[in-house]
Write a protein that binds this ligand. Structure first.
Ligand code: ATP
Length: 462
């Protein structure tokens, strides 16, 4: 489905290649995590698949096509088989949820009738039923990412590429997004996800391709974030404290599920200095409490998702029983284990405050420890059956794409490049700042920088 043969990508002005002699194959229906340090080449790998970048050497085949043989004019058609999700969501801030998803269909010339049925269906699939009229700023981060995922899958792509899709989300919301991505994958879509999030990778135990300085240094099936037996040093910043946040967040979900909102949540696994630690925990608790509703939505997943889930995935069927632990059990186990695993304060707690940012050095934990203490991902219960809907999605995803007549670009032409209000700026956006949204989504050929190109110009290229 995706094959790299001795692929090297060197950017002008860079001394070493971003991708260095990579040979790898990703099969239809796989769920692959792309991991590696910042700058190791993950985004470049995804951009090469999208044909946003050209390899300096080597060959790339995607969906049976040698990317070198796809002309620039044909790139938009090629990309219709690929859905893309970014860390910063990239929604059209002046369009409502429905229009954000419809946008992906309008630019490829789908009929009004098709859009009227496909969009609500997809919104239901991602758990946003009834939220079509909301504006992006009226949604939580997790909901905004669901809109972005809906937009990516509404065209029923065979491959979904996700570049740090949970990078701006808290652990509980991330867990909901991961559940959604797993369901999409179970419906037959190949998913390739670049991530830094060890907890997610450890929990899901899918194929892991690790890049280091552009080279594949590990390609392992059913793996975690780090090599077995290796310890993982986690340096956390307020707002992203993996181990304890996950345990607390899931305990909070549990508490709400039991309608015991006032019950105390689990103590953090990360030992910190007194005042800083207290402040940290208080902030985390407040944050998680605010997110609980979204988390519950995400973790529970609508029935439509269950219905859409799952063409037979032998690997998934063979998952160990431990992955099917209930949410409640997982949270409790995590809380207990996290409490037990908490090191003495002097071991892990080197907290400091620097220019307004509190940085906490988390303890070194084993891979097993992380997996046990971080139930970010909870396996869906036995609801995943092959259904007509799933079969329909898979069939539609494999249909050839017809060239389409000129599109109506009106109305959908304005996109603000900025991320959602109050969210951090995301470096990925700047990497391809010259691309319009339609180009980034693979709906239009990249035409390079154009004067006054802040506005979106959309429409298929014949
Ligand atoms: N457009 C570009 N021009 C020049 N160099 C680039 C460009 N894009 C990426 N690079 C360089 O290529 C290397 C790999 O970058 P890439 O963004 O692929 O890494 P990454 O693993 O995705 O990093 P991160 O996790 O921080 O997003 C880095 O050294 C980066 O500076």
């Amino acid at each position: 489905m995706i094959r790299f043969d001795s692929v090297t990508k060197s950017y002008p002005g860079q001394t070493r290649p971003a991708i260095d002699g990579v040979t790898v194959e990703i099969l239809r229906g796989e769920f692959v995590f792309l991991v590696g340090a910042s700058g190791s080449g993950k985004s470049s790998f995804l951009r090469l698949i999208l044909k946003e970048e050209r390899p300096t050497a080597g060959r790339i085949h995607v969906l049976g096509q040698d990317l070198r043989t796809i002309s620039t004019r044909k790139v938009p058609y090629f990309r219709r088989s690929l859905g893309v999700v970014f860390q910063d969501f990239r929604l059209l801030s002046n369009k409502n949820v429905f229009e954000n998803v419809a946008f992906a269909l309008r630019v490829i010339g789908k009929s009004r009738g098709y859009i009227q049925s496909a969009v609500p269906e997809t919104l239901k699939l991602v758990g946003l039923d009834g939220k079509g009229k909301r504006m992006p700023h009226e949604l939580s981060g997790g909901e905004q990412q669901r809109v972005a995922i809906a937009r990516a899958i509404v065209n029923k792509p065979q491959v979904l590429l996700a570049d740090e899709p949970t990078g701006n989300l808290d652990p509980v919301t991330s867990a909901g997004i991961m559940t959604l991505l797993e369901r999409i994958n179970a419906g037959g879509t190949t998913v390739v996800m670049a991530t830094h999030e060890a907890g997610i990778v450890d929990q899901m135990q899918r194929r892991v391709i690790e890049l280091s300085a552009g080279e594949v240094v590990r390609d392992e099936r059913s793996a975690g974030y780090a090599v077995v037996g290796e310890t993982v040093a986690v340096t956390s910043v307020v707002g992203a404290v993996p181990a304890d946040r996950a345990a607390i967040a899931l305990a909070a979900v549990d508490a709400e599920a039991d309608e015991e909102a006032e019950a105390p949540v689990a103590a953090p696994a990360v030992a910190t200095d007194g005042a800083v630690a207290d402040e940290l925990v208080a902030s985390i608790r407040a944050d998680e409490a605010a997110q609980t509703t979204d988390a519950a939505d995400g973790a529970a997943e609508p029935e439509a998702l269950a219905a859409a889930a799952s063409v037979a995935d032998e690997e998934a069927a063979a998952q160990p029983a431990e992955r099917a632990r209930s949410k409640k059990g997982a949270a409790k186990a995590a809380a207990a284990e996290a409490a037990e695993a908490a090191p003495a304060p002097e071991q892990g707690a080197d907290a400091e405050e620097e220019s307004g940012t509190v940085t906490v050095a988390a303890p070194k934990v084993t891979r097993q420890g992380m997996r046990d203490a971080q139930p970010l991902y909870v396996e869906p219960e036995e609801r995943d059956e092959v259904t007509d809907e799933a079969a329909e999605i898979t069939a539609a995803a494999t249909m050839p794409v017809e060239p389409l007549p000129a599109a109506d670009a009106e109305g959908d032409a304005d996109e603000t490049a900025s991320g959602p209000p109050g969210r951090p700026a995301v470096p990925a956006a700047s990497k391809s700042a010259h691309l319009t949204l339609a180009e980034r989504l693979g709906l239009r050929s990249p035409a390079g920088p154009r004067a006054g190109d802040d506005d979106q110009e959309v429409g298929p290229v014949k």
